[in-house]
Design a protein around this ligand. Structure first.
Ligand code: ZN
Length: 135
């Protein structure tokens, strides 16, 4: 089952500059910075009530975030939904005809197992499913 929007991911050129910008916007500081090597990104997270914003900065010019910014510029990169059983959701969504980008969930930022759905199968929106590790 898909429970709720867990976070919205925003691609930025500079995590340092954007942390400042979003700190001004939200009136509060980010609560964590984390690098995810498998995705070639540095991330920072802001928490607003139940919702989170994830800023994503490329660490590699050939990585997914660098490519996204080169093509579309900075902006909303993905929407992440919280799920209870990511393996079951992968199976269910594949059966429904969605294109799942990785067959096995991988370790993402913020203590999560994650999987992405190809935007081609979701009206142009990159969708992340995430399950908290240990939940
Ligand atoms: Zn994310």
């Amino acid at each position: 089952m898909i429970n709720k929007i867990e976070h919205i991911g925003i691609a930025v050129k500079s995590l340092k500059d954007s942390n400042k910008l979003f700190e001004s916007l939200f009136g509060k500081s980010h609560y964590k910075i984390e690098s995810v090597e498998s995705e070639s990104v540095n991330t920072s997270f802001f928490k607003l009530g139940e919702s989170k914003i994830e800023l994503l900065e490329a660490t590699d010019d050939d990585g997914p975030i660098a490519k996204f910014i080169a093509k579309k510029g900075e902006g909303i990169h993905h929407i992440a939904f919280d799920v209870d059983d990511i393996e079951a959701e992968i199976k269910r969504l594949k059966n429904e005809g969605f294109i799942v980008l990785n067959d096995k969930p991988k370790k993402g930022a913020d203590n999560k197992l994650v999987v992405f759905l190809h935007p081609k199968s979701t009206n142009g929106v990159l969708i992340e499913l995430c399950q908290e590790i240990g939940k």
